[in-house]
Design a protein around this ligand. Sequence first.
Ligand SMILES: Cc1cc2nc3c(=O)[nH]c(=O)nc-3n(C[C@H](O)[C@H](O)[C@H](O)COP(=O)(O)OP(=O)(O)OC[C@H]3O[C@@H](n4cnc5c(N)ncnc54)[C@H](O)[C@@H]3O)c2cc1C
Length: 537
Amino acid sequence: MTNVSKTGLKTMGEFDLIVVGGGINGAGIARDAALRGLRVLLLEKHDFGSGTSNASTGFIHGGARYLLSDLGTTRASCIDSGHIRHIAPHLAFRIPVVYPVERPFQGLLVESFFSAYDHYSKYKDGKAHCWLTAKELRTLIPDIPADYNGAATFDEWGVHAHRLVIANLRDAAVHGAQLHSYTEVLRFLVEEQKGQKRVVGVEAVNRLTGEHVQYRANMVCNATGPWSMDFAARNDLNVPLRPAKGIHVVIPRRVLPFGIMFKAIDGRLIFIVPHGDVTIVGTTDDDSFETPEQVVPTYDDVAYLCEGLQHICPSLLTERPTMTYWGVRPTLYGRNCYEDDLSREHHLFDHAKTDRVEGVVSIAGGKLATYRVMSEETTNLIMQKLGKQAPCQTAERLLPGAEAVDLAYDCRSLQQINSRLPKLLYHRYGSDVRVMETMVEENPNLAIVLDETTLLTAAELCYVIRHEWATTLLDVSRRTQWGISHRITTEAASRVCRVMGEELGWDSEQHTVEIRRLTDFQELAIQPLSAWRSYNE
Ligand SMILES: Cc1cc2nc3c(=O)[nH]c(=O)nc-3n(C[C@H](O)[C@H](O)[C@H](O)COP(=O)(O)OP(=O)(O)OC[C@H]3O[C@@H](n4cnc5c(N)ncnc54)[C@H](O)[C@@H]3O)c2cc1C
């Protein structure tokens, strides 16, 4: 339905639910609501999954470190991690983690800690902890300082977070949700009904065309992560957050087959984590008072993580981290504590109760590992407010790509390009790797490798353009992990631009703009590392 409102703006469609924000929570809510039969519209101001959900360490863990202060989060994360593993087995991978300990008495504390964690770990099919002797520890990490005389091991799971967002969105779309990226919600449309304020839709701007549009809906959900507080405030609503910036550095190789959890210089726990073909080191955790778009990594952030590496495993520094990535945690408000001690619980704000405005809810806080249960709770409340009933299916129903596939048999054309390619693609797209196989069979030109470092092919590129809403070079880099650990060369970027240009009808000016944006972004990611290296090497 399209008509013109009193403001003269075009009004598009009538929906049961508008979700604002296309990170993991917005995507999870859109999927859950669409599966329950709601007419859903999701609006995202940048690329889908380009906010905090693209900045996580990628653990769908129980958060062992929250065990003492935040038991609810540990329990919820462990249970939901089990569900995520079930619905997206192709995106999840086991990470055994080693936690070196220094002195015997610390060992006793750690033993009781991990005994308690074992209780929750079983929800996510994690193995019970065990102990390594000093000798075993030194076999695993030969250059660990002599102070460490043993280690506890525990079991976590990793996930490709951006791909998890896309998988949720794809399923939402399959079940009828309309999804628009690069569409910013400017404000809520509010009407007075029987003396009660009610949100009846949103005004949004398409950031690519500049067109302003209104959408009407029975319910609106604010799922804007670290933007939630400011976005709510602009609409006279209250979502108290204490956002915190976190960065990682990336080593361009899988240097260890296990993760290490250890204390940074200030006693905070940080991680070294194998993730696909690379190793991630992180994270920092610092109060952030800027808007998330303004946040960038600094020399100090990098120095803090590199100091940790230098302490626990100096040889890893010789592997030379090459990239950073960063984001802002949407942590719930708390005072009188350090950032790291803030609760990782989530909160569902029913603004009818907190601000006397009906028709709108906000979801904030939480973790990637709890996105599914956060989405379920949010959708339950929305269903209740709409007076509808339908059970949640997201704990059981597989995400797109989750069905098993025989790579050796099925993907000969991809194998001919490179024997590693089918497996690599399977862990991004699951059984949809077969779609790429068919694309290559039908059009052998798509077998061309556009970037040797990450084995990005024209087939994968066309797949993410045609099936996953990728419209810019940076969108492609997120979907495919292109450039996650290295500077993309102008030659590779130009090759990708040419294919994108053919698919999307770009002119030469657009090529230039795209390459400049990619280069600028990579410069932000690399510059603090280069500065650190030139000072310390
Ligand atoms: C450094 C770091 C490491 C982390 N590691 C882990 C981890 O290992 N495990 C874990 O479980 N969790 C981890 N987290 C937390 C986890 O990443 C977040 O809890 C989760 O990604 C938040 O998702 P979200 O959808 O709420 O927010 P986001 O992903 O930020 O999504 C919000 C979206 O809303 C959009 N938006 C904002 N305003 C508007 C508007 N006006 N109109 C339209 N769209 C709008 C934004 O562009 C954004 O895409 C980590 C976080 C950080 C920062």
